[in-house]
Design a protein around this ligand. Structure first.
Ligand SMILES: [Zn+2]
Length: 150
């Protein structure tokens, strides 16, 4: 069972944040067995080089503050944020007694997680073993297809 609570959107939420976090929330919701809530998101600074800071909370109570600096390159920011969220997701899975691998490499099940990186100005999940691009970040799908697609 998984559940990703949409981040709280207040007047201070910056569009950059939504753009960067949306694909990662999608991948978490599609493929991560642990559940999270993201809250206390704060846009810090006013310039182009500003960043965002948010707290990602696991359902068992663990929480971690994640800060990301906006580089001006969205693909880089998405990969950077995915890498940080991956740490939290890995911890959460371990806490729940599940395999602490997220997102699991579909080509090598049971061995390793994918690596968040940038290839040709696209944020992608890469297999760290054969360096193959598995999917663009934000396009992972549930490995166990569900009938309920509404
Ligand atoms: Zn692999």
């Amino acid at each position: 069972m998984y559940c990703v609570t949409e981040p709280h959107r207040d007047a201070g939420t910056h569009p950059w944040f939504e753009r960067v976090l949306a694909p990662i929330l999608h991948d978490l919701g599609a493929t991560c067995a642990a559940s999270f809530e993201i809250r206390d998101a704060r846009w810090e600074g006013q310039s182009i080089s500003a960043g965002i800071s948010f707290v990602i909370c696991h359902s068992l109570g663990a929480e971690k503050r994640v800060s990301v600096v906006a580089s001006g390159k969205p693909w880089h920011d998405i990969a950077d944020t995915a890498d940080k969220v991956q740490d939290v997701a890995t911890d959460a899975l371990w806490f729940e007694g599940l395999s602490p691998v997220w997102p699991e490499c579909p080509e090598h099940p049971g061995s390793h997680a994918l690596l968040a990186t940038v290839v040709s100005e696209r944020p992608v999940w890469l297999c760290p073993a054969n360096r193959e691009v598995i999917a663009e970040i934000g396009t992972l799908s549930d490995p166990s297809p569900q009938v309920d697609s509404a």
